[in-house]
Design a protein around this ligand. Structure first.
Ligand code: ADP
Ligand code: MG
Length: 319
């Protein structure tokens, strides 16, 4: 199969067609219309085989995940996802693999009303780079820099299951088949908090998605906002499987200092606390308050049942 046949078969004309796309796949550039009084949000994430995913990941899951992690960045800024492009490097043309991969990607794109508008296809070690674009009403973007002393710190869901799925393989943590399967589902098919991000526009003071671990990502908010934080670790939500995990140090490491959850971490002024909780629940998200912003710039303190406790190993870094 030639490059153009491949593009036509697996990418062009698949998925949804948005009215704001004037030129899609097939020309030198795509042309889109940004609605009036809106700004464009743009993000890129690369997934490299063996680094960001196990080589035996089901291709449908990979297609989903590659797009989900990009949509999660848009969600963290409060953007509405609209268009994506993909840079795909393939070792070979494996039609069965491509069918499943593109199905996984088109499925989630369709769900969030996102159109694939272009890309590039090359040969080499399996690598997927997606550039996702979204729109935000002027000056309504959520950033990392707005947290204020006294704000409450929230997460949108349970942390650590994806980490446990990865580490269960690497370190041979004994888990039942059913448990392992459920954890792998969470690793392979993360749900970007797209609706929650938009709900938080104008309500959250700062927001970030948890890709490198709760503490590492909270630290980004603290640095950018020049504030500190206290986190009550017994309040950090974890799944039933995670609750049972021993030893406690491992449980802490996976839920606090490991990425891949793609929940949102955000801060809210006390006066908006009730409203934010109520609005998110309307969208099926159960926000959990895990701590509070303090005045000690850059400093993150952990409490366990009110007692100070040390920080676990910090989040994933490539270099
Ligand atoms: P050019 O050489 O002008 O950069 P290409 O031959 O790389 O264009 O691509 C032709 C068209 O197909 C372009 O519109 C490009 O955006 C699109 N395209 C290429 N690869 C992909 C892909 N994997 N997914 C979606 N669109 C793609
Ligand atoms: Mg060209």
């Amino acid at each position: 199969m030639k490059e153009f046949e491949l593009i036509n078969h697996y990418f062009k004309g698949r998925g949804i067609a948005r009215r704001d796309v004037k030129v899609g796949i097939g020309d030198d550039c795509a042309i889109v219309t940004v609605p009036e009084k809106h700004q464009l949000a743009i993000t890129t994430d690369t997934l490299v085989a063996g680094v960001h995913f196990f080589e035996d990941i089901p291709p449908r899951a990979l297609g989903h995940r590659a797009l989900a992690v990009n949509l999660s960045d848009l969600a963290a800024m409060g953007a509405e996802p609209t268009w994506i492009s993909i840079g795909l490097t393939l070792p070979e043309v494996d039609m069965e693999w491509l069918e499943a991969f593109t199905e996984g990607m088109h499925e989630i794109a369709e769900y969030y009303n996102v159109q694939l508008i272009g890309g590039d296809t090359t040969q080499g070690p399996l690598t997927i780079t997606i550039c996702a674009k979204g729109i935000i009403p002027n000056d309504k973007a959520l950033t990392r820099s707005g947290a204020k002393v006294g704000d409450w710190i929230y997460v949108t869901g349970e942390l650590g299951d994806a980490a446990l799925a990865i580490e269960a393989r690497k370190r041979q943590i004994p888990l039942g088949d059913k448990q392992l399967k459920r954890l792998e589902e969470k690793l392979h098919f993360p749900t970007p908090r797209v609706a929650a991000g938009q709900v938080l526009r104008g309500m959250a003071t700062a927001c970030i998605d948890i890709s490198d671990g709760l503490l590492a990502d909270l630290q980004h908010i603290l640095n950018k906002s020049a504030v500190g934080a206290i986190v009550n670790i017994e309040d950090v939500p974890v799944s039933a499987v995670m609750q049972q995990l021993q030893p406690e140090a491992l449980r802490r490491e996976l839920s606090l200092a490991y990425g891949d959850d793609y929940e949102l971490l955000f801060t809210v002024n006390d006066s908006n606390k009730g409203a934010v909780e109520a609005r998110l629940r309307q969208y099926g998200v159960e926000p959990v308050c895990i701590g509070q912003i303090t005045a000690s710039a850059g400093k993150l303190e952990l409490l366990n049942e009110g007692e100070k406790c040390p920080l676990p190993r910090s989040g994933y870094q490539h270099f």
